[in-house]
Design a protein around this ligand. Structure first.
Ligand SMILES: CC(C)(COP(=O)(O)OP(=O)(O)OC[C@H]1O[C@@H](n2cnc3c(N)ncnc32)[C@H](O)[C@@H]1OP(=O)(O)O)[C@@H](O)C(=O)NCCC(=O)NCCS
Length: 202
């Protein structure tokens, strides 16, 4: 599997400079721009963000690497997905424009990203973190089959106030079970490269 990643309604692909206009509309809403601190919500800030993303190799370790979520029906960029790789683990994140929520787009895109991460990148574990108040985000994590691993005290700051976060994780074998609700078969690669439950540290 290689980029772009296609789903029924979406294409997950690298950003291009032509996406600046769509991003400008998305960052106009503070709930989007707050979730993407790497993108300063100005015309110049958006261009710089895209240029930085273009300079990265796809899924380069330790990079905040983002994919544009493009809607197939009208080619609009409706949001983005982040995956940061660290060895055989990854951290996933997401943000949709305010007009594109509550339609299952985030779940569809994130499921495809998890699929790609486990099957093509050989990840063994993916984590996600969100403020305890961000119910749409942690509900999405639960919808994907991720498990709440803990509450991180004052791990995030919103409007200058420290807030607790939830940490959710999912491992290969858990995704294999959860994805029966989402997409296609798991490749053998992850079975070869990821330690089994028995050999994983507690
Ligand atoms: C977090 C975020 C991506 C979640 O988006 P979302 O659209 O709510 O998530 P989903 O794609 O899972 O959609 C789920 C909802 O769509 C509904 N839905 C409508 N049509 C659907 C369809 N065809 N398929 C699936 N779900 C559908 C579901 O019923 C569900 O509603 P519910 O939550 O009331 O049960 C979004 O709220 C967002 O971008 N927030 C701002 C940025 C942010 O906070 N990011 C996280 C930072 S940690």
């Amino acid at each position: 599997m290689s980029l772009p990643i296609e789903t029924e309604r979406l294409v997950l692909r690298r950003f291009t400079l032509e996406d600046a206009c769509d991003l400008r509309a998305l960052v106009a809403d503070v709930s989007f721009s707050r979730a993407v601190p790497e993108m300063e919500p100005t015309g110049l800030g958006i261009l710089r963000y895209i240029e930085r993303q273009l300079a990265y190799q796809a899924f380069e370790p330790e990079r905040v690497f983002d994919l544009a979520i493009e809607r197939r029906a009208d080619h609009l960029v409706i949001g983005l997905l982040t995956l940061v790789r660290r060895d055989q683990a990854g951290a996933i994140g997401w943000a949709l424009g305010v007009d594109f929520r509550q339609r299952g787009y985030a779940a569809e895109a994130a499921a495809a990203m998890l699929d790609y991460g486990f099957a093509s990148l050989g990840l063994c574990r993916v984590e996600a973190e969100t403020s305890v108040h961000n119910e749409p985000s942690w509900r999405l994590m639960e919808h994907l089959g991720m498990r709440r691993e803990g509450r991180l005290r004052e791990a995030t700051v919103e409007d200058g106030k420290p807030l607790d976060s939830y940490l959710y994780t999912i491992r290969t074998e858990e995704w294999r079970a959860a994805r029966l609700c989402h997409a296609a078969p798991v490749t053998p690669k992850e079975e070869e490269e990821c330690p089994s439950d028995d050999s994983m540290p507690a």
